[in-house]
Write a protein that binds this ligand. Structure first.
Ligand code: 5AD
Ligand code: SF4
Length: 392
């Protein structure tokens, strides 16, 4: 299975096009291609990322055709129940985005960080963590493997806040990845200068993953003593205005966080014009000042997903791996059944994967990439989800 199904262009309205997937229509933004009606494209996150020939598209569509309708039926049946809040949220998800599910890959290329966030295992003062930095060529090769061997069409490049990856270095990494095969390339590298983000946008990056972490400024100050809340929000807005798709959100269950804070977290995620909600439960890390705090229940994280879905019916909501760390067997499935419609698969080279320890026992670190992909595919099939684009 690949992580996208090609769509046929059925309407063009300047930069906004309508794409059809087995009779279902979704909108997408087209900024890269001069498209004609009847052409085939891949879209990710509501953005056209590749134009493909009919000769390439038809066999992929043929291989999906029967299964797509079967999956859609499974999803429809599962979305009929509306008794609990999770079931209501799932029904809303089904109504607004059908059985589409994005599957993005993530490559964590450096675990160095100049900051000292209280909750995070990568914090500078964690001297017990073995640090690594991938060479630019290694990042490019990992991305090429993700795209060519595993079929990913959207990739997150993530690191701690590591200033040794300059705009020049990352610009050439993005350029090299994009000129071979265009994908939706998402940066998760923290608070860099606006010129850094501009340079990478010009090279083709189109997404930024930057959580605001908490909407409560006092809690923010406690949790991120060396970062400024307003500056971070301002940066997110500037990046959105620059044209980046914004992936943002918060940590659920931080010590001192109230129920009202969580409600405000969901409101702020919406108010920022977020393209993909990315939030997950806080998991205590033993080498941090929050080592002895309690981890939140799976219910707290699922409630946040369901409430976000009910507040924002059309949202794209990522089910993060921290949910699977809370409940290895059911975390991902429960999140997808409580309103979530997106997943990320860890593609960091095996020798580094365990070292990107923002919290311990991260799901997907003790399993081979191919086995992890098979596991995710089996999960998506069992609940009737398919990788058609979620649209805009
Ligand atoms: N538990 C859960 N998520 C964490 N992050 C950092 N530390 C933890 C933790 N202990 C998340 C933050 C950050 C992202 C890269 O990882 O939200 O934005
Ligand atoms: Fe660094 Fe991000 Fe971890 Fe904070 S949350 S210590 S900025 S990697």
């Amino acid at each position: 299975m690949c992580y996208a199904i090609p769509g046929k262009v059925v309407e063009i309205n300047d930069k906004i096009i309508t794409v059809e997937y087995f009779g279902e229509q979704k909108k997408a933004r087209n900024e890269f291609y001069n498209l004609a009606l009847g052409e085939y494209i891949y879209a990710q996150g509501g953005l056209v990322i590749q134009r493909i020939s009919e000769r390439e598209a038809l066999p992929v569509l043929e291989s999906w055709k029967e299964m797509f309708h079967e999956l859609a039926q499974v999803d429809k049946n599962l979305a009929r129940e509306t008794k609990t809040m999770y079931e209501k949220a799932n029904a809303v998800r089904h109504k607004y985005s059908g059985n589409s599910c994005c599957v993005h890959g993530i490559i964590e290329f450096s675990n160095y960080c100049k900051h000292n966030c209280l909750y995070c295992g990568l914090r500078k003062d964690n001297k017990q963590l073995k640090r690594y930095q991938m060479e630019p060529d290694e990042i490019i090769q990992s991305a090429a493997d993700a795209i060519n061997l595993h079929g990913f069409k959207a990739l997150v490049l993530q690191s701690g806040e590591d200033d040794s990856y300059t705009a020049e270095i990352m610009g050439s990494v993005v350029k090299s990845i994009m000129e071979k095969t265009p994908i939706l390339l998402i940066l998760s590298v923290g608070e860099k200068d606006i010129s850094f983000y501009k340079r990478l946008y010009d090279e083709g990056a189109r997404g930024v993953l930057l959580r605001f972490e908490t909407s409560n400024p006092q809690l923010y100050k406690k949790m991120k003593p060396d970062s400024d809340f307003n500056k971070r929000l301002e940066l997110i807005k500037q990046l959105r205005d620059m044209g980046y798709l914004i992936f943002t959100g918060f940590l659920a269950g931080l010590p001192g966080q109230t129920r009202e804070d969580l409600e405000n977290d969901i409101k702020l995620t919406t108010a920022l014009g977020t393209d993909m909600f990315s939030f997950g439960p806080f998991i205590p890390h033993p080498q941090t000042p929050l080592a002895n705090e309690n981890k939140p229940s799976l219910e707290l994280a699922l409630n946040a997903i369901a409430k976000a879905r009910l507040a924002c019916p059309e949202a794209k909501i990522l089910v993060t791996t921290s949910l699977e760390t809370l409940d290895k067997e059911n975390g991902a499935k429960s999140g997808l059944m409580a309103g979530g419609n997106s997943l990320m698969i860890n593609l960091t080279p095996e020798k580094y994967r365990k070292l990107y320890e923002i919290y311990p026992q991260r799901a997907g670190t003790d399993i081979k990439v191919t086995a992890n992909i098979s596991r995710v595919i089996a999960l998506l099939r069992s609940i009737g989800r398919a990788p058609t684009d979620l649209g805009i």
